[in-house]
Design a protein around this ligand. Structure first.
Ligand SMILES: Cc1cc2nc3c(=O)[nH]c(=O)nc-3n(C[C@H](O)[C@H](O)[C@H](O)COP(=O)(O)OP(=O)(O)OC[C@H]3O[C@@H](n4cnc5c(N)ncnc54)[C@H](O)[C@@H]3O)c2cc1C
Length: 300
């Protein structure tokens, strides 16, 4: 007798209706929204998100976004800091792209309506200092509501883009391939609907975010369940670097409250970490003390 199929490893490959597009983007955090908005308006694009548009990890990002925009900074310094913090594990080409294109990415966000905090009244960006950075290079918005401001501006842009159709409260379930290396689209299901739809497109982008909800305590929203990774694995897509999960050093998890992250900007502004006995312990562990790389502080 054959074992019943394992729902975790067996893809759902049936659908009731079909909709065609040039590009399907799964996920409406910063990755999915920026990808969709950077496509030529001549393309017919569908963006699918399993919650309300705007609900994402992006919305909860706090302290800010690092880019070498300051007058005392340059991408090579940002590169050196990132490589040092990566403890020999960085993908050097990816770091190079990140630091070289970071400044232009900030300008693109500003051109699309993101307002970062400024100092004074001369339109000088306010830059915070965070762990492992040798310069103040963290742009922020609304104090520690950076992600909410970025998500707000991108959502606004998406809603006025006529070439983009939006499917909210709609979960991507599985990829459909040609049996080989080509993806033909993705099967989706809207909340409360009994039927599934194939969104067929020559290009399907998975921008589902992470899998923080796999842990018992997490600062991530409920939707961070690693669906994109699971779909990719079920479709035999090669995935990489799954061993890397960030454990943020300062999250307040106490009985009776939702755990919430205490932004690193607090330490950037001079806060110390102390043990239950009041001892400041990071000075004995790393020369940068409270501003050591996050993994070092988390392990301490
Ligand atoms: C509390 C907190 C604070 C943070 N602070 C910072 C910070 O200061 N600086 C920083 O750089 N980073 C910060 N981060 C990390 C940052 O928010 C994320 O790295 C980033 O937002 C990830 O963007 P994303 O677009 O890849 O994913 P997300 O923003 O998570 O977007 C994923 C999208 O996919 C959708 N989705 C998921 N599964 C499905 C499915 N099956 N079908 C359809 N849609 C699906 C979700 O609904 C969502 O719209 C923070 C994160 C948290 C949680």
């Amino acid at each position: 007798m054959r074992n019943p199929p394992d729902p975790l490893s067996t893809p759902v490959l049936s659908w009731n209706t079909r909709q065609d597009a040039d590009v399907v983007v799964v996920g409406a955090g910063i990755a999915g929204l920026v990808f969709a908005l950077r496509l030529p308006p001549s393309l017919n694009v569908i963006v699918v998100t399993k919650g309300a548009l705007g609900e994402s990890n992006t919305r909860y990002a706090q302290g800010g976004l690092a880019a070498a925009v300051g007058p005392d900074d340059d991408p090579d310094l940002h590169f050196a800091d990132t490589i040092a913090a990566g403890a020999g594990l960085c993908d050097v080409a990816a770091v190079r792209t990140l630091v070289d294109e970071g400044v232009a990415a900030v300008q693109w966000l500003e051109a699309h309506g993101t307002t970062f905090d400024e100092v004074g009244d001369r339109h000088v960006r306010a830059l915070g200092r965070e762990a492992a950075h040798s310069r103040s290079r963290v742009l922020h918005a609304g104090g520690d509501a950076t992600g909410a401001e970025i998500e707000r501006s991108l959502v606004r842009q998406l809603r006025i883009r006529p070439s983009v159709s939006l499917l909210e409260h709609t979960a991507a379930i599985d990829l459909v391939t040609d049996g080989g290396d080509s993806c033909r689209g993705v099967i989706v299901q809207t909340d409360g609907s009994p039927s599934r739809t194939l969104l067929a497109a020559p290009v399907t982008v998975l921008a589902n975010g992470g899998a923080g909800q796999l842990w018992a305590v997490s600062s991530n929203p409920p939707g961070a369940t690693g669906d994109g990774i699971a779909m990719a694995l079920r479709a035999s897509v090669v995935v990489a670097d799954l061993e890397f999960t960030q454990f943020h050093p300062t999250v307040l998890a106490a009985d009776g409250i939702e755990p919430f992250l205490v932004s690193e900007a607090v330490r950037g502004e001079g806060a110390y970490l102390r043990s239950v006995s009041g001892e400041r312990f990071m000075t004995a562990i790393h020369p940068m003390a409270e501003l050591a790389p996050r993994d070092v502080v988390a392990r301490a």
